[in-house]
Each structure stands twice: as structure tokens, then as C-alpha cells.
Ligand binder design. Structure first.
Ligand SMILES: Nc1ncnc2c1ncn2[C@@H]1O[C@H](COP(=O)(O)OP(=O)(O)OP(=O)(O)O)[C@@H](O)[C@H]1O
Length: 597
């Protein structure tokens, strides 16, 4: 003979409270859900039946209990025996076990959640003209069914559920808490829900305004909703609709920057009952800048009813919602580029972070994000159109050092020193082969500087030799060229390999013998490249210095020019540089101030 499992109710309640539901507060949701389903069932055959749920907290019942009254279909005596006596039995599934579409519940465990806060649950119910039935269940698993006395019959069909609170749980049943929870879970429900005399339902969702409402009024409603419920004034509101998921709603674009890695929480209603305020996975990752509020009739909840169930419908929905947000961005770019620029001002870091992986975002940055260049602010797309390629400095220092001089040589350069910019520029050719990018090298500049004519070169030879002698101990090569702007006396240029060698040398001085050997081998692998001090022969001061007959004064002047070039180019000042600057400054001062007789 087959036997049925014996279930210990305390074990099941423990399981629900500790492992399924996040908080005992869900008992309000489950009671509302049963009441709404019962009303839906009754109105299926009696469309004129009232649709009211009234909650009476202990402050109103006066006997310490909480009661929930509904005008739903009620239960007959045999249904009470069948449905309320067996865990997992639900009237809301068809014979094959599928959830019936119009109902919120389906599992047959919702009523059990009342035992999270109650020791005893009483159901007083009437179906049609049948007699009123009383069911009383206890947290230890006992229950009782009886018919109500003749003078205690319900006047109308419907059900009242009474909770006798557990001693340590009465705070979950107080009027303020219940009002708050009824508003939280049930404010959009299609029935009237009252806590005492206070209505907690607010009618249809804010995005389903009646036909004829002007677009600006619709928007105004949604902005107000966001302020009240989400606590921010959205940058913009995007209406959402995915018919196959029975989904409608709105995406609210955040007015302040957010970390794209922080998981976005969306407010999701299923059949107008709040599922969660923090649903994940509703939007693609790249849409981190929006918070959604949606209602769906088709998406499925997990058993705890606190998250969305990840299935192919959710995946298709995510994609459709992503398309709608992408469409919004494209429309903004087409019709309100200034708004798009404002959007990027707020969310550029997030958009750029995604542009490293997402082609769509990469294109958005290329076309719409203005970058600093040495010819003014411009987008990468414009820059490329104008100059044929994207030449960039990979750090802010590099840009500062070279941008001005490069501009004077007609060499446009983008400052790609800000977060993600270099990676973004370097990624462009991988998605569009026609994009040319080139990192600016100091050599690019020197090749544009004019050499002196041979006669002048020869005449200035002794000066260059004296200058070189002054800077030899710093490992700097002195070069004389002629370039714009004439106001610039000298330029200090460190090629990338020279910068590397410089670092190597500094590390070598600090490293122990074993590592020093390895570093030496590395250093020996290529020809030594020295930083250059490029003196500008067009500069009047340099001309005067080059004409000096006094080699000691030439040395001091060249040292001073070197120091000034370092400072101007934001180069680091090493101790040797500081010492040199100091001695040249004092030396020049000594010459400038005549000695007292
Ligand atoms: N207020 C009510 N009016 C009429 N019938 C009710 C009411 N509350 C519960 N029932 C009946 O009791 C059954 C069991 O309810 P329970 O809340 O445990 O599960 P459910 O609502 O079917 O599913 P779920 O676990 O998903 O909530 C329901 O299917 C319904 O037939």
C-alpha cells in the first residue's frame, strides 16, 4: 500500500522562513495574493462582484489579531478539506499542474507564510450560497474544520483570514507596518485594498495613463513617480513595452554617475504585485545607467517570489529592453545631440568602461564624446575626418609636454591620458579596419624641426660642444634646430625607449647584484638612446647665448635652459637636476649682481 509523506509543519515553516523567504514581511504579500486571486476567480463568472480587500490590524480588531477580508469566491467545505489541509495543494493549477494564467499563486504554500508571524490562523469563508466554513490551523500542524453556527453565517460570499500573532512577531502586524507593506507590495493591484479606512492602492501603473493623455503629461507623471518612489529626478524617461512578456513600464535614466560594475536593481511587478525592488538581469549590462519599473504578466518568479526566474523569456526580454534603450540613445544623437552630450557628461566613465568590450558603446564614444586635443575639443570621429588618422598622447604628461610644440608644427594630437581613452583609441581599429591610429612619439616632432644650414651649423659648432659638455654628466644630448614657436628656447624630449632606459638605470642603482646582472643584460640589448635637449635657433635668447665668447657663461646658460625645459614639460626633477638648477641659478645671479668694491 502507498503511503503519503508525514510532514512536520514546524520543519516546513522553519524551511520557508530561513531558506525561502528573505523576511517574514512576505506574509502580507501572500495574503493579498490569495485575496486578489479569489476576487479574480469570482469575477470570472460574476463580473459585477465587488473587488475589495480590507485589512484590519490589531489596533482596529481590538483583540490582538490581524484580519484580512476579501470579497472573493470563497471555499466550500469540501474545498477547505482539500485545499487547506494539504501543503502544496492549490486550486490555481489545471489538471496537468500548469499555473493558471490569471492567478498570482500556484504553489499551494502561500498560506503557510502566515505561520512566520502567527501561532494560529483562522479562515472563515463562504462560497456562493453555501454555509460558512471555519478552518483553524496551528503552527504545530494541527487543524480543525467546522461549520459556522446558524447565527454566525457570513452575510456575503468571501473569506476572512485571522492571524493570532506569535509573541515575538507582533511588530510585523502593527498598523504602520501593515500599511507600509500593503503599499509596497500591493499599491498597483487591480482591486481596492484598504488598511482600516485608508486605501493603499493607487490605481493603474503610472506608465499606463488613460488614452488621450498628452505625451508631456505622461512624462510629468513618470518624473513625479520617480521622485516619489525611486528618490531621484530622472535625466530622461524611456517607455518600455515587450508584448511577448506582457511587459509594460518605464526606464528612468539616472541623473548622476554610477559604477557600471554595481549591479542595478529594477523594480519588477508581476501581475501588478511587487516582486522585488532589486531585480537583476532585466537589462543588459551596458544599460547600467537606467533603472526600470515594469509590470509583466508572463515573466516567472522564483519560488520565493523575490527574484525573476532566468529562462529564455527573460533573456529575450532583456534583449528587447536593451534595443529600446539603444533606440533612445540613437534618437537622442539624431534629434537632441546636446542632450546626448549632457548624458555623456554624467555617464562617460561607465560608457567608456563598456566601450572597451561593447562595440555599440565604442561607436557612441567615438562619435559623441568630445576629447581634448591641441587644436581644441573635438570628437574622435571629427578628428579622424579632419586629419585622416588619430594621433594621440598616451598620458596627460606626454600631452602637456608635446601638445603646444606639436601644434606649432601642424601636428594635431589627442590627449588620451584620461581614464580608458588610450584603450578606446587603440580598440577602434579592431572594430573598423579603416581607422588609423598612431601614438605620438617625440621623434615625430624632431623630424619636423629644421636643421641649420651647413654654414651656420659649422659656425655654431664650438657653442654646441660647450653646451654638450655642460650636460654630459646628466646623459643628455644637446641638439640645435630651428622650429616654431620662436618664443620657445628649448625643448626636452625623451623618447619612449630613452624613458625606459632611464627607469632601468634608476632601478639598477637600487637593485642587488643578481638583479643588477639581469638589468644590465636588458640594457645591453639595444643601443643607448639619450634624452635630447633641442635648443631652438629661432629663439632670440638662444641666439644671444650661442654668440657668447665666455664658455663658463655658456655652460651656466645652457644648464638654466635645460632646467626651464624640464619644468615647462612637467618632467620629473631628479636630485642631480635639482643640484644643477641650483648651481646655474646661483651662478647666473652671481654674474648678474656686480661685486662690491
Ligand atoms: N482568501 C482566499 N479565498 C479563497 N480561497 C483561498 C484563499 N486563500 C487561500 N485559498 C485557497 O487555498 C489554496 C492554497 O492557498 P496557498 O496560499 O497556500 O497557495 P496558492 O495561493 O494556491 O499558491 P502559492 O503558494 O503560490 O501562493 C489556494 O489555492 C486557494 O484555493
Amino acid at each position: 500500500m502507498d503511503r503519503a509523506f508525514q510532514v512536520d509543519l514546524r520543519g516546513v515553516v522553519d524551511l520557508l522562513s530561513h531558506h525561502l523567504y528573505g523576511s517574514p514581511r512576505v506574509y502580507v504579500r501572500e495574503l493579498l495574493q490569495n485575496a486578489v486571486d479569489a476576487i479574480t476567480a469570482r469575477r470570472a463568472t460574476d463580473p459585477g462582484a465587488p473587488a475589495v480587500v480590507r485589512i484590519e490590524p490589531p489596533e482596529l480588531t481590538g483583540d490582538g489579531t490581524l484580519r484580512v477580508h476579501d470579497t472573493g469566491i470563497g471555499l466550500t467545505e469540501s474545498q477547505v478539506h482539500e485545499l487547506l489541509a494539504t501543503i502544496g495543494r492549490s486550486s490555481k493549477r489545471d489538471e496537468l499542474g500548469f499555473a493558471r494564467h490569471e492567478f498570482l499563486g500556484q504553489f499551494g504554500i502561500g498560506l503557510l507564510s502566515c505561520f512566520l508571524v502567527a501561532d494560529e490562523v483562522r479562515v472563515r469563508t463562504r462560497h456562493g450560497d453555501e454555509p460558512t466554513v471555519l478552518w483553524t490551523g496551528f503552527a504545530d500542524g494541527r487543524y480543525r474544520v467546522e461549520l459556522a453556527a446558524v447565527d454566525a453565517q457570513r452575510a456575503e460570499p468571501g473569506t476572512s483570514v485571522t492571524l493570532v500573532p506569535r509573541r515575538d512577531a507582533d511588530q510585523w502586524l502593527t498598523r504602520p507596518t501593515v500599511t507600509e507593506l500593503a503599499r509596497l507590495f500591493g499599491s498597483l493591484l487591480p482591486v481596492k485594498v484598504l488598511v482600516g479606512e485608508v486605501e493603499t492602492t493607487t490605481g493603474p501603473p503610472p506608465w499606463s495613463a488613460p488614452a488621450g493623455t498628452s505625451p508631456s503629461d505622461r512624462r510629468e507623471n513618470l518624473v513625479r513617480y520617480a521622485r516619489e518612489v525611486l528618490d531621484f529626478t530622472p535625466f530622461d524617461v524611456v517607455p518600455l513595452s515587450v508584448p511577448e512578456a506582457g511587459l509594460t513600464g518605464a526606464a528612468f535614466v539616472l541623473p548622476t554617475p554610477v559604477n557600471p560594475a554595481a549591479r542595478a536593481g529594477h523594480r519588477v511587478y508581476l501581475k501588478r504585485m511587487l516582486l522585488t525592488e532589486g531585480a537583476e538581469g532585466l537589462l543588459p549590462d551596458w544599460a547600467f545607467f537606467a533603472r526600470c519599473v515594469v509590470d509583466s504578466t508572463e515573466l516567472r518568479p522564483t519560488a520565493s517570489r523575490e527574484a525573476l526566474y532566468e529562462d529564455s523569456l527573460l533573456e529575450a526580454t532583456r534583449e528587447a529592453l536593451g534595443d529600446q534603450l539603444r533606440g533612445w540613445l540613437v534618437r537622442l544623437a539624431g534629434s537632441a545631440p546636446r542632450r546626448l552630450a549632457e548624458f555623456l557628461q554624467v555617464h562617460h566613465l561607465g560608457v567608456k568602461a563598456l566601450a572597451l568590450h561593447d562595440d555599440e558603446m565604442l561607436r557612441l564614444v567615438e562619435r559623441w564624446w568630445p576629447m581634448e586635443t591641441n587644436t581644441g575639443q573635438t570628437t574622435l570621429a571629427e578628428f579622424r575626418e579632419r586629419h585622416g588618422l588619430i594621433r594621440y598622447a598616451a598620458s596627460i604628461d606626454e600631452f602637456r609636454q608635446l601638445a603646444g610644440v606639436a601644434a606649432a608644427q601642424d601636428l594635431p594630437v589627442v590627449n588620451a591620458g584620461y581614464t580608458y581613452d588610450t584603450e578606446i583609441i587603440e580598440r577602434l581599429p579592431t572594430v573598423d579596419r579603416s581607422v588609423l591610429v598612431e601614438r605620438l612619439e617625440p621623434n615625430d616632432l624632431t623630424t619636423r624641426f629644421d636643421a641649420l644650414d651647413p654654414g651656420a651649423e659649422l659656425a655654431l659648432r664650438p657653442f654646441v660642444v660647450a653646451a654638450q659638455r655642460a650636460l654630459d654628466r646628466l646623459g643628455v644630448e644637446v641638439v640645435l634646430r630651428s622650429y616654431a614657436p620662436a618664443s620657445l628656447p628649448a625643448l626636452y624630449l625623451v623618447s619612449r625607449s630613452a624613458a625606459f632606459e632611464e627607469q632601468l638605470r634608476a632601478t639598477r642603482e637600487r637593485a642587488d647584484e643578481t638583479w643588477a646582472g639581469v638589468l644590465d643584460a636588458l640594457a645591453a640589448s639595444g643601443p643607448a638612446e639619450r634624452p635630447q635637449l633641442v635648443l631652438n635657433h629661432r629663439n632670440p635668447l638662444v641666439r644671444r647665448v650661442s654668440a657668447l665668447g665666455d664658455p663658463a657663461l655658456v655652460g651656466l646658460a645652457v644648464e638654466a635652459l635645460y632646467g626651464q625645459a624640464l619644468l615647462l614639460g612637467y618632467h620629473p626633477i631628479r636630485p642631480a637636476d635639482a643640484a644643477l638648477l641650483n648651481s646655474s641659478f646661483l651662478g647666473l645671479l652671481g654674474r648678474a649682481v656686480p661685486e662690491q668694491e
